[in-house]
Ligand binder design. Structure first.
Ligand code: PTJ
Length: 256
């Protein structure tokens, strides 16, 4: 299919096209396309921009990842298809950040495909292809992790995660940073730092903040973060977006 750059929704159509292609190769599962549609809807409400509170959460996330003893980012099919480049930026900006494949719909070949997509963007080491540990109390394949990666991590960045695993990671004493456009999801409501932003914008922003922190100072503590305020603000931003749209709604023309 040819997309015209003059189409008003060109950027969004290009992303959809990329995901559809990734689905054809098996990197993204059909459920991933559904998840993307849901994310798009929430991003519409946000005005497809990073809100100031999301930016503050991204700054806090950068600080935590730099201060962590063993930071890990967990990568599923959607994230690999959408944001492999931004993940590579993040890995460069945060020394010691481990990148681990973690799939809900897990097959060996999908895990290898995710790793291949990440390596193609310059991430040399990808964990999680042959899992060596299990997160207790989690019935899905998301429990399968790398003993030296997620299992040993103190801070986990989990873009497009499910609520069960966010809770299971916390039960193991890990701090969880989520990226999820749905502020009502269980993942967002569970995370220690919920980032309500689009995954590529969020990863890009965290990498930028990390570079700035490293150039100025480096903190060695995980400073408290007000997750309730972050979620409340995201809901407010979406409500305001909808109210503005309602105020601008086209009026029906009077028939003569
Ligand atoms: O590759 P797999 O097998 O691990 O499966 C990945 C999916 C995404 C299918 C799986 O994790 C899943 O089913 O996720 P959920 O439960 O649908 O949750 C995905 C969440 O991510 C939803 O709350 C969406 O609103 C949100 N989301 C979708 N696209 C984006 C997003 N958040 C940020 N940026 C996006 N681009």
């Amino acid at each position: 299919m040819r997309l015209s750059a003059r189409h008003p929704r060109y950027a969004s159509l290009k992303v959809r096209h990329r995901l559809a292609e990734a689905h054809r190769t098996g990197l993204v599962v059909p459920e991933g396309l559904i998840a993307h549609g849901r994310g798009e809807a929430f991003d519409y409400f946000l005005g497809e921009r990073t809100t100031p509170k999301a930016r503050a959460a991204e700054r806090a996330a950068a600080e935590w990842l730099l201060a962590a003893r063993a930071p890990v980012v967990s990568v599923n099919g959607n994230v690999a298809a959408l944001a492999a480049r931004e993940l590579a930026q993040l890995a460069r900006a945060i020394p010691g950040l481990q990148v681990e494949v973690n799939l809900f719909h897990r097959t060996g070949s999908r895990a290898r495909q995710v790793a291949k997509a990440l390596r193609a963007e310059g991430i040399p080491t990808v964990r999680g292809i042959r899992p060596s540990a299990t997160i207790p109390g989690l019935p899905s394949d998301r429990a399968k992790v790398d003993r030296r990666g997620i299992y040993a991590a103190d801070v986990c960045l989990v873009p497009l995660e499910d609520g069960d695993r966010a809770e299971a990671l916390q039960a193991l004493g890990k701090r969880v940073i989520s990226i999820d456009l749905n502020p009502l999801s269980r993942t967002s409501r569970t995370a220690d730092i919920p980032i309500v932003d689009e995954v590529r914008r969020a990863l890009h922003a965290i990498a930028g903040e990390a570079r700035r922190f490293r150039a100025s100072h480096r903190t060695s503590e995980l400073r408290p973060f007000d997750r309730y305020a972050a979620l409340g603000d995201a809901i407010d931003a979406m409500t305001e977006g909808l109210n503005r749209a309602a105020a601008r709604r086209p009026r029906r023309r009077r028939r003569r």
